[in-house]
Design a protein around this ligand. Sequence first.
Ligand SMILES: [Zn+2]
Length: 261
Amino acid sequence: MEILHLRNATIKLNYGGLTFLIDPYFAELHSEPSMGGKSKNPTSALPIQISKIIHHVDFVIISHLHPDHFDRLAQQKIPKDQAIICQPGDQKSIQSMGFTQVIPMQEKMILGKTSIYQTSGAHGFGKMAEIMGPVSGLVFQNETEFTLYWLGDTVFGEEVKNQINRFDPQLLICHAGGNKFFKTFDFLGLGLKEDTSPLIMDSKQLEELIRFAPKCKIIATHLNALDHETESKESLERMLAENGFPADRIYIPQNGERLHF
Ligand SMILES: [Zn+2]
């Protein structure tokens, strides 16, 4: 398989002979509002022209409808007859944007010789997970490929452990920017009395994941793109070095980097 990491959660995945574009977030550098009070978003540029990104895609996958996973520019640029796989609850919204080939995820889908399983997650802890709404991840299985578990926007917890135990994947992709909302900026107007806990994984949870899945190679993304992150490539690399985790097991790709497994 080939994983082309584009930016934030956006990746182009070649798996079992099919090409998937996952969570397309196409906004131009600094064209969207700040979420953390530090900078306009996104904080890095796409490494490749959008026309090239959307070329030769079999399926677009939308894990949930937050704008850093499917933004206005992606909604404009992706052809309206492109096949899109989404959470069942998001199907109507995506159809109302004009897309005609919208396929709700199922517990198990078979595309060619690849089986794809929907997983869930928790987009934060406690009440924040409710506020952030349902999220999905996917497990990709094919006889000719490593089993890949793309966790989606989730913190590390029981669901993730259960899926790792169930599918025994060789490769994980997790979102590890440690994004939060801050009481000093309160982007959602929640009346925050303190900063929220992380809404996706942070360095501490990545460490737990690495220890929980000692056989897995792990790719960490959803970094270096938004101003409400609390982690960076450097902070995660510090954690990896402090714990002596082998560098050939954990990958933190730059925008535009291609990984092959
Ligand atoms: Zn996100």
